[in-house]
Design a protein around this ligand. Structure first.
Ligand code: SF4
Length: 266
């Protein structure tokens, strides 16, 4: 479930992991912007999603998922402890040694094409840090690099200085969900069926957006703006009706009518 200004969406997928790029693109289209910044929570982290965003000029900020920090939680060196040297096409490890590219490429379980980089058996076997680096059965450290890993490296770099940005995201984006749950008591959908659920959610999002507008600009200002909009529409409608009254019926064609309607409603 995704809510952002101007558009909302409900997806038939229990996970957010595949939604980043599609939702970011939808936001980009609504905003008619060539480049945008997109912030999402950890559930949206996906390397393919980040790549898609970068290709479309979308600067994405998504915290790395917990799964990617599994080794660090076990007290072992994660990928962040290794730095890639593009010129040498090798990784430098925490002990200052190098992991070199192995021959061939392999396709991972999730379809990513990867190159594997390995430390020397002798070097790793005698390393003072091997307890924090190798698994119980490994004789050397091997790490996999996605063919588009540079996208993830740029993202990791961006995330280093994105603390304040992510705090702002939480303050802005989590607010509607909290409001809907606590104030409206909205904890589950009342209807069944994908299309109906989408409609229900759109109404809830519309109400929340309307409440925000009223809170920000005030009720009196809101009514004033609606009155001005209605007056403009009334003038446009009156202009169309006048044209109908003064023009001889024989002069009208569908193209002329369409042109006038387009001009009047702009
Ligand atoms: S075990 Fe190998 S890869 Fe790990 S720190 Fe030691 S030398 Fe580097």
């Amino acid at each position: 479930m995704v809510l952002f200004p101007g558009s909302t969406s409900v997806v038939n997928d229990s996970s957010d992991v595949n939604q980043l790029h599609a939702m970011a693109r939808a936001a980009q289209e609504v905003l008619e912007a060539k480049t945008i910044q997109v912030l999402a929570d950890e559930g949206y982290y996906s390397s393919a999603g980040l790549k898609g965003c970068e290709d479309d000029g979308i600067e994405a900020y998504v915290p790395t998922s917990d799964g990617n920090r599994r080794l660090e939680k076990e007290g072992r060196f994660g990928l962040r402890s290794f730095s890639y040297d593009a010129a040498a096409d090798a990784y430098a490890c925490p002990a200052g040694e190098r992991l070199h590219a192995m021959e061939g490429r392999r396709t991972s379980a999730n379809g990513r094409i990867e190159v594997r980089y390995a430390g020397g058996k002798k070097t790793c076997g005698t390393c003072r840090l091997k307890a924090r680096c190798l698994s119980a059965k490994a004789i050397r450290r091997v790490i996999s690099r996605w063919e588009h890993e540079d996208v993830l490296e740029r993202h990791r770099e961006r995330m280093e200085g994105a603390g304040e940005l992510m705090r702002r995201r939480s303050g802005i984006v989590e607010h509607p969900f909290g409001t809907l749950k606590c104030r409206a008591g909205y904890r589950h959908f009342l209807v069944r069926g994908f299309d109906k659920v989408r409609g229900e959610w759109s109404l809830m999002a519309l109400c929340d957006n309307l409440t925000r507008v009223l809170n920000i600009i005030g009720f009196a200002d809101f009514i004033d703006r609606v009155a001005k909009l209605l007056a403009t529409l009334q003038q446009a409608l009156a202009a169309i009706l006048r044209l109908f009254q003064i023009a001889p019926r024989s002069l009208w064609s569908n193209e002329q009518l369409f042109a006038i309607l387009s001009i009047s409603t702009r």
